[in-house]
Design a protein. Structure first.
Length: 142
């Protein structure tokens, strides 16, 4: 059994779909963070079969609820003094900027490179987002 030491203070992002940890690592810019980060890939999970986990030591401040766009099933555990003080299941945000990219080559975001990629949630039950500029659809499985 793999054992990564416990955290005294920090965040554990758990129940990440196997293989999805690096997308979250990149989105949170953890390569630039001045803290210890452990990525556990393909850990055994009774619920999921396999899962990824990210442990981040120390406080981090991005809007973690936005991670639901990348993986709606993950959970966030906030750790203080070695104990989980908060366990969060995420809800899909109504509007997302800069997390997912529009794949429509005719979208204005393809031509105007500095324009932010903004999506609105159009179907919560199916986790469908649409680009606010061209209505291109984005679904989790993509």
């Amino acid at each position: 059994m793999l054992n990564i030491g416990g955290l005294n203070q920090g965040v554990v992002i758990d129940h990440i779909k196997a293989g999805g940890a690096m997308k979250i690592y990149d989105y949170l810019h953890l390569d630039k963070a001045d803290c210890s980060v452990a990525i556990i890939k393909n850990a055994r999970s009774n619920k999921m079969g396999k899962k990824d986990i990210i442990k981040i030591e120390g406080p981090i401040h991005p809007d973690l609820d936005m991670l639901a766009v990348l993986d709606a099933n993950l959970t966030i555990n906030i750790i203080e003094d070695g104990k989980i003080i908060e366990k969060r299941n995420l809800k899909l945000p109504d509007r997302v900027t800069g997390i997912i990219r529009c794949k429509n080559p005719r979208c204005i975001t393809s031509i105007e490179q500095e324009l932010p990629h903004v999506f609105k949630l159009t179907d919560r039950s199916k986790a469908v987002y649409r680009c606010i500029y061209c209505e291109q659809q984005f679904k989790h499985q993509e």
